[in-house]
Structures are given as C-alpha cells and as structure tokens.
Ligand binder design. Sequence first.
Ligand SMILES: [Mg+2]
Length: 503
Amino acid sequence: MRSAPTILHLDMDAFFAAVEQASKPSLRGKPVVVGGIGNRGVVSTASYEARVHGVHSAMAIAHARRLCPNAAYLYPRFGIYRQISEIVMALLAEVSPLMEPLSLDEAFLDLEAGAAATGSPAGPREVAEGLRARIRADTGLTASVGLAGSKLLAKIASEQAKPDGLLVVEPGTERALLDPMPVRTLWGVGPATAEHLRRAGITTVAEISGAGEAELVRLLGKSHGAGLYAMAAGLDNRPVVADRDVKSVSVEDTFDHDLTDRAHVRHEIDRLADRCVQRLRGAGRSGRTVVVKVRRYDFSTLTRSETLRAPTDDPSVVRETARRLIEAVDITGGLRLLGVGVTGLADFTQEDLFAQRAAEREPGESDAAELPSSPPPPPARSDRWLSGQDVVHEEYGPGWVQGSGVGRVTVRFEVPTDTLPGRVRTFAVEDPALTHGEPLPLVALRDTPLPTPQQPRPTPGAAGDATPEPEPPAVAQSSPGRAPKSRSGAGTGSGPERGTSIP
Ligand SMILES: [Mg+2]
C-alpha cells in the first residue's frame, strides 16, 4: 500500500463495442452488442446504449435480444481489436517500463517506476490525463483510468470512473470508497464465495470488516478468509509485475466473459502458445517445460505442466503440449483466465529432435509467418457472411455485413472516417463482386507520426553508437528482441508507402 496514488489502472470503455461504433458510423450512439457464435453465444461487450436496456457482458445473446431487440448484434473482429490493443499498450509502455497487461484492453502501470525511468516531473493525475488524451488521438477511443496506492483500489477506481473518466483515490479515502461496495467487488469473491457470505449475512465490504477476521477464517478457511479480510480493509501490497520470472516466458489473457466451450478454449490456448513462442524466440531462447495456467470462474487457479525431453522453441510442439494439458482440465462453470508459459530456458534448441518439423516447412518461409498474431478469420466461404464482417464490393467499395439470410446478404457501405451513415444494398450471397475485406484504421493514418529518418547514418568513426535502430527486414514482419506488445504493425512499415495508402 503506497502513500501516493501511483498505481494506475487503465481500461478501455466498452472496448469491442466502441471499436465497432468507431468503425461503423451508422452505429454511433446506437445500441451495439458484440458477442459469441452459435446458440450458446454470450455477450462479450455491450455498448453503453445497450447497457441501458439491461444488456451486460456474459449474458446469453438470446436473452440480450429479448431485452434489446433493436441493437446491432455483431460477431467479434479480434484482428482489429488486437491492432488497437497494441497501440494502447505501446502508449502505456512509454509512460512506465513497469506495465502489467491484464487483457487486450486493460493494464496496470507503476508510475513510480515510470517517473524513475523517464525523469518526468508530471504528477499521477497529469500523467493519466495525458495518457487518455493520447489514446483518444491515436485510436479515436476513450479509456477510463483509476489511480490509487494499490492495484485493488486502482482497478475499482477505473470502474467507477467509467465511461471516459479519471478517478484518483487519495490516500486515507480508501475505506470510504470500499465500504459500501458489494463483496463481489473484491478479488477472489466469485459467485460461490459471495453466496456463502450472503448466507452469513455479509453482502458489503463494510460487513466483511465488521464480521472480523476470525469469522471470515471460520467461513472461508484460513488463507482465503484472512486474505479477504485484509483486502476489505484496503490492504493490498501486490506489486505491478511486468515479467514474472526471467527464467520463464509466459503470456496470459483474462476474458471479458468466462469461456465455457471446449473448442473456444482450445482456440485460445493455440493463440497463447503462439504468442508465448513469439516472445521466447524474441529473447533468443528455448525451454523444456510447458505450463498451462487456468483461473476458473470462482478465481480458483491451477497450473499443469509437462517437461519435454529437450528444450524447444517450436510453436507446434508448444501448442500440442499446451493442448494436451488443457484437455485434462475440467472447464465446467467457465474459465476467466488462460495462460501458457515455457520454463527451464535453454540458450539453444536441440535441433535433431525437431528437425523433422523444421523440414516440413516451406523453404524460405519465415518463422514469423507461422505465428498467427490474431485468431483465424471466420470461414471465408461466400455463403457465410457474418454480421459485422468487413467486405469489399467491386463497384461500391468497402462496407460491412449488416445481416444475411435466405440467400441474401445486406451490406452497409461506409468507412470509419465517414461522418454520415452509409447506404445499404442487398446482394445474393453468391455475388462474385462481393469479397471479404480487411478492417480499416479508425483514425486517419496521418494522425500517427510516420517513422522519419531523424538521424544521419553514423559516420565510420563514430564507434560509440553500437546499437543503431535495426533496419526492418524487407519481408519478415518479426521484430526480434522487442516485446511482442510493441507496435509492430504500425511502426515497421516503410514511410513513403504508408503515406500514400491513406484511404
Ligand atoms: Mg474494458
């Protein structure tokens, strides 16, 4: 617990829905629900206009449709969410080297470490407002920020500040903020614990404090009870952790809604395994033990690991091992967090063991090419048009699928920079003039500073500058040695090309 509010929690407002509204001018100010696929689909994110009708994250889509039949129901476009996430995370990393991402749109930042690293005299509030302004300028989206002396309170504060706000929890005011909150606000209180506490007459944080530590321990056991009692008093000393363990490389994601579907879990595990390998290779390392981490809906956490015969940095080996480990985990009730890590790092790979896999690759294929940075797009069959998807029509240009059925697909032709809603046209699903498209940037590219050749090439005699900015390779998109959260998509393109590609 710090005596100054130097722990920052930033959370994008209704992230997926906000991206959709920014992408699709006709949906601005309208209820938008981004959600899962199929009959068991749940709401990932609802826009504030939809929340007014009672729609919220993790609700069944079918239920949401009854509450808010006029909302736009869209499939998620993870590719663009990840692109924007990378921009946001890069802005955060500029403020402090001590950054702990929690999900695509959420992270903790240690401003004490930031002040030490950057030498900036700006106070926490100033830093937070600066960040919010930069995010708005570079992404067109709003973020809310909480500042406090602990992670728990910073996170609660950002939630209170929503949307588009900043809340500073001044030291000494922690209890006043926490006391009236429901017990579910505290980390570690899932539905089961909350129900347990409710039966004992405890529904608010103040009532946890009032019950006393002994009673909490009696109700919930020693570690959980004591931990919760301390948290209710605002005591939380957990540090912001950028890299948990230098002897291991790991990545994890917290999901907006609990994962309950095996196929979905498998898909996320593959994605995490690939990101983990990307980071591993970025560090020029390999490892022997693959670890899978799971946090269940009730915050219980477990890890499973498997040690290989030799170190690897092969994405397919890590993926297969992680899959095997996750298959053995009971996912009943849902998972809120998944992680994949590799530990027992070695400096080189035992090439012989995995030589066969390497030989299977196409000659000349770059390593980066086999590491998908985003989930695969939905099936690209022309008879499968998903609401919200990007499309391009030969004659009418870029647009998005507004709906489809009985052999027809309705497309709205508009782009993010439009100020008025675009026109709607309907086509046969097999229309050859209609194809799947790429997401367009939310703000005009010129808003992002173009990489300019600022410094002249070092003269032959200038030996002091031993580490010049590496030239990006002509083809490969990988950026060895850089954190995977770096803005690789936006920063490595060549300047002139980007300048002329403004739509
Ligand atoms: Mg958010």
